[in-house]
Design a protein around this ligand. Sequence first.
Ligand code: AMP
Length: 313
Amino acid sequence: MELVTGLAAMQARARELERNGKRIGLVPTMGYLHQGHLSLVHLLRPHCHQLWLSIFVNPAQFGPSEDLARYPRDLERDLDLCRAAGVDGVLVPRASEVYPADFATWVVPGPAADRYCGAMRPGHFRGVLSIVLRLFMWTRCRCAAFGAKDAQQLWLIRRMVKDFNLEVELMEGPTLREADGLAMSSRNVYLDVEERREALTLHQALEVGKAAVAAGLPLKEALCAMSKHLAVHPKLQLEYLHITDWESLDSLVGVGGDPAWAGSAGDMDEAGREMALLVAARVGRTRLIDNMRVVRGPLAQSPDPATSSTLQG
Ligand code: AMP
């Protein structure tokens, strides 16, 4: 397995591979790898000749009071996991080269980056898109895999690929979870035993919401059932909770994450529609996100007042 840290070296190697007719696939990560990352490696493997994984804790996507300094890192362990997974090459760029002192050019996402996580983390997606575009360019990848766990991030990357006509095929991997349902995340390592228990309620709340949406309950009631489930946990502080259209991620109903977007999907509540449940919360000092795809079930009939009064009368 190759290990490259210099950007010029990466570009030269990618050019060479391309000249030799190799299709390069990329899995961008911030390292401290877990099975969720490795599932993206396996997803992408059949679609490329050369599979590369990048490890870069991107300072530009962290706010000033966020966890950049303490973000977990273990390069040796990551490299072992990559070797075992059959990765061909790992790019670990140096921050000083990615962001030299005079660096000045950014990808500015559209307003869809200002809602949900973007509302809680101003500038986050500008940082994400800027590094993802540059990783695509350095590695000359023709396909790349991202996790559905970061639903808004994936939506914005799709948008960028479309808007810039990038010749990169995007693959979406499902969210990998621990046996009890907690979405795998490098940040789970921050959680103590009690926080770990509380973190699980995110997934449980999504299951509650999924059942309610599939049963055709009014979406406000489904939202209410989810937020009630989250509210009883003292260490858990909800950031946002939305039921959205799956394709557009426009909100059908929700709270937090720039409430101006709540209800932006308008009247799209119909049986068979694919929806997403999006949640973000802090558990102690740790920020966690999760989401779930759900198909709207046949709408439950609200009792006809005339009929019910006749019955009662
Ligand atoms: P990160 O290292 O957190 O930036 O994540 C790198 C990639 O792995 C992103 O495309 C994430 O969406 C994806 N990813 C993170 N956690 C999971 C998970 N539990 N299941 C599947 N993919 C994931």
